[in-house]
Design a protein around this ligand. Structure first.
Ligand SMILES: Nc1ncnc2c1ncn2[C@@H]1O[C@H](COP(=O)(O)OP(=O)(O)OP(=O)(O)O)[C@@H](O)[C@H]1O
Ligand SMILES: [Mg+2]
Length: 319
């Protein structure tokens, strides 16, 4: 069982710790660090920690690919990234621990050429021969067609492969039309997708059920510290995490995607799958970087997740 993740617009995260950070002046920094980032890269990193064989693809700038290559070597992640001329974008994160404030500067990223896009689809074609599950994660690079996830989903379905889609905006709107196996919007992304506010559980469940009606098999709507709603054709439930000591919530959603796929591979029922996925998120937010704790610790988190089954929206009649 191997899992591939696709990251079309990865980033190197540069985290600068500067207590008391102010604009328009000279600041003193305390520490600085570079990390290989990007949503699919994070998903692969979590799944590799959990013990699964993983592969990654997407687009990388060849000038500064080394930090990614080191991560992949360290975690034994198969590297199928398409290299492009230039540098992968760097996202700057200024962390003011003293005042608990974070300032982000995100760059748009490299624009893939038509040749690079063809090479990507070829890499995915090859991965479809050996990988059972795919995670399609994150936003699109500049100039990429908004239908690219739809193209990839259609391609993977021809091989009978299953996939989770985690993106936003137009890429999500176009992507869900190709009917991925799983969609994991957060609440903001889902509201944008349906085009109106979702301000109670029934409204959220209804929006999720609309996606299921199109043929998606599982919709997970994450809501930050409020937990996540898991909706499949038979059941809807809310998985609420315990209160934990948060190190960084960056990557909470990516960990949830990894945990949802792990639950699917283990054929867990919806409740146990929701526990595991939430445990992955808890594991991720309670430590630095995109790393998971031991499976014993994950198991302990899973037991602290409370599950509440919803009975709000009447199920559509099944034949
Ligand atoms: N502060 C928190 N305390 C406890 N659990 C949290 C917290 N933040 C997030 N989580 C867990 O992580 C899951 C995913 O988080 P969230 O909804 O923020 O994802 P996201 O918006 O997709 O994040 P991102 O895309 O930035 O990784 C939540 O459903 C919840 O279980
Ligand atoms: Mg997310």
């Amino acid at each position: 069982m191997k899992i591939a993740t696709v990251t079309l617009n990865p980033a190197i995260d540069q985290t600068v710790r500067a207590d008391g950070f102010r604009t328009n002046t000279v600041n003193r920094g305390q520490a600085m660090q570079f990390d290989a980032g990007g949503k699919g890269v994070n998903v692969a990193s979590f799944l590799a920690d959990y013990g699964y064989a993983t592969a990654v693809t997407g687009f990388l700038g060849q000038e500064n690919a080394q930090i990614f290559e080191q991560l992949f070597a360290h975690k034994r992640i198969e590297d199928h990234f398409v290299r492009m001329p230039g540098n992968t974008r760097i996202g700057v994160k200024i962390v003011d621990e003293a005042n608990q404030q974070t300032t982000d500067i995100n760059m748009p990223g490299l624009q893939p050429s038509p040749e690079a896009i063809s090479a990507l689809l070829e890499a995915i074609e090859q991965l479809a021969a050996s990988c059972d599950w795919f995670a399609l994660s994150g936003n699109l690079p500049p100039g990429a067609p908004t239908t690219i996830y739809a193209t990839i989903i259609t391609q993977l379905k021809k091989h009978g492969r299953r996939m989770a889609l985690d993106t936003s905006g137009e890429a999500l709107g176009e992507g869900v039309q190709a009917i991925p196996t799983i969609a994991k919007p957060n609440i903001d992304e889902l509201q944008q997708l349906v085009g109106h506010a979702l301000d109670n559980e029934t409204a959220i469940e209804q929006a999720a059920r609309q996606l299921l009606d199109s043929g998606i098999q599982l919709v997970v709507v994450s809501m930050g510290e409020r937990g996540a709603m898991f909706v499949d054709p038979d059941t809807s439930l809310i998985a609420t995490p315990p209160t934990v000591n948060v190190k960084s919530t960056v990557g909470a959603g990516d960990a949830m995607v990894a945990g949802v796929i792990a639950g699917q591979i283990q054929s867990l029922n919806l409740a146990d799958g929701a526990r595991l996925a939430t445990a992955f998120s808890l594991g991720a937010i309670t430590r630095a970087g995109h790393n998971l704790p031991t499976s014993e610790t994950l198991q302990a988190y899973a037991q602290q997740v409370s599950i509440r089954t919803l009975t709000g929206v009447p199920r559509s009649a099944s034949p």
